[in-house]
Each structure stands twice: as C-alpha cells, then as structure tokens.
Design a protein around this ligand. Structure first.
Ligand code: APR
Length: 235
C-alpha cells in the first residue's frame, strides 16, 4: 500500500483569506517577529500577544476551508493511510474533514500551559482573556510555537515523512527549520510534488515536481490524478 504524506504551509490557506508570512502582503511585512512571536515578547508584553492572536483567531473562525483543503481531506478519505503535517495554526484542514493532522507550530484554537509545551486546552470562541490559568496553575498562553522554541511534534513528523512514497508539499516557502527539513526525511525513491505559484527554497531535483499553480487549482488536479490512477498504482 503506497503511503502519501501531505505537508502544508500558509499558502494553502491564502485563498481562504488568511495572510501568509513572507509574501508581499504577509504578516512579517506588517509585524516584527520579535514583537509578537518570541518568548521574550510574551514575557515583555503578554497583552499585545493575546490581542494579536485573538485577532488572528477571529479571522480563522471567519475563514472557510478552500478547494485545496477539501481535496486533501478527500484524498485521505479515499486512501486512509494518508498523513497530513502542517505548519499552519489554523484548523481549516480539520474543518475540511482531515483527521490526525500534525500541527508543527501550534494550533490557534487552543491555549497552552506556560510550563508544559504540550499541555493544551481548547478555547471556546475567539477571545483569550489574559490572566486565565491552566489547570496546572500556570498562566495560559496562545498555543503557538514561538521562534526559538522547540517543535514538540517534529520527531513524529520526521517518522511520518520517512514512510512517504509520495510527498505533496503545498504553500510553504521552505524558509523555516526544522519544518522545512521534512523534505529531506522523505525516502530517496519518494516522488515529491510541490504546489506553489511562487519559488520556494528547494534544490531542484528529478524527484521534485514543481507545480507552479495556486493551491485551489493544483491540489484538486493532483488529487484527481492520484485517485484516478490509484488502482493500477496499488495505493
Ligand atoms: N497557493 C499556494 N501557495 C501559495 C499561495 C496559493 N494561493 N499563495 C502564496 N503561496 C506560497 C508562497 O509562494 C510561499 O512560498 O505560500 C508560501 C508562503 O510562505 P510563508 O509565508 O513563508 O509561509 P510558511 O512557509 O508557511 O512559513 C513557515 O514560518 O513564520 C513562521 O510559524 C510560521 O509556520 C510559519 C513558518
């Protein structure tokens, strides 16, 4: 049974209206990482971060999964061994029907303990109130992996990537490590499809097929091709 691993970044949610980070209108064009995405920033001005992530959470709740999220969920429903790893903190994969999504950089719909990086609670609604505490007694903070912090599920993601016969990479500039190194964990014989209208940071090779299309066009087309060939390719 062939194994498909999907790895996504902010670009897959761009057509749902959620900003990417490094495009010309991206979040890092408007905000400084050191002000809203580091542990020092949290210590220095927690209310600013609570307000920032509340606004992004509200945007996420108002966004809808797009044709790319839906196609990936359909792929997983048709080939249940398919695994999805994302750098995104939105829940659009799940709202499209995807299961067991591995979030490398956190989940905006959850808050986490300040003393245990994987102790999370589901937030009801979009608004965190600064000062609320986790059952472990520590202050609750956004469940976002800040720059310089560990990536709790990276080992699990590497194990998943190492089983891929096909890796589908969608909407990531491949600028941020260790997440971007997942492509190196794919087996040598794996086929890698990279769907991005831009030019992510990858070394061209015969095993990487760059489909220079937007996610909502390239992903459904690729999924359709895989599913229509699934029979003879023993998926
Ligand atoms: N369809 C597909 N790809 C798109 C689309 C689209 N409609 N629009 C933009 N893209 C591509 C861009 O060309 C770019 O390659 O999406 C990518 C977005 O790159 P980034 O903004 O760097 O986002 P990402 O790669 O997910 O960032 C990784 O950096 O700031 C941290 O934690 C944050 O998880 C994030 C990580």
């Amino acid at each position: 049974m062939k194994k498909i691993v999907v790895f996504t970044g902010a670009g897959i949610s761009a057509e749902s209206g959620l900003s990417t980070f490094r495009d010309s209108d991206g979040l890092w064009e408007k905000y400084r990482v050191e002000d809203i995405c580091t542990h020092e920033a949290w210590e220095r001005n927690p209310q600013l971060l609570v307000d920032f992530y509340n606004a992004r959470r509200r945007d996420t709740m108002n966004a809808q999964p797009n044709a790319a999220h839906i196609a990936i969920a359909r792929l997983q429903q048709s080939i249940p061994s398919t695994r999805i790893i994302t750098q995104n903190v939105d829940d659009l994969h799940e709202r499209a029907g995807a299961k067991n999504v591995v979030h490398l950089h956190g989940e905006i719909t959850k808050l986490r303990s300040s003393i245990n990086e994987t102790a999370t609670v589901q937030l009801k609604g979009w608004e965190q109130h600064y000062g609320d505490r986790h059952p472990d007694g520590s202050l609750l903070r956004p469940y976002i992996v800040f720059f310089g912090e560990g990536v709790p599920y990276f080992t699990e993601a590497c194990e998943i990537a190492s089983t891929a016969d096909i890796m589908i990479v969608v909407g990531t500039s491949l600028n941020v490590y260790p997440a971007a190194s997942l492509l190196q964990y794919a087996p040598r014989q794996a086929e890698i499809y990279l769907i991005d209208p831009g030019q992510p940071a990858f070394t061209p090779s015969s095993k990487i097929h760059h489909i220079q299309k937007k996610a909502t066009e390239g992903v459904p087309q690729l999924v359709e091709s895989i599913l229509s060939n699934a029979a003879e390719r023993k998926f």
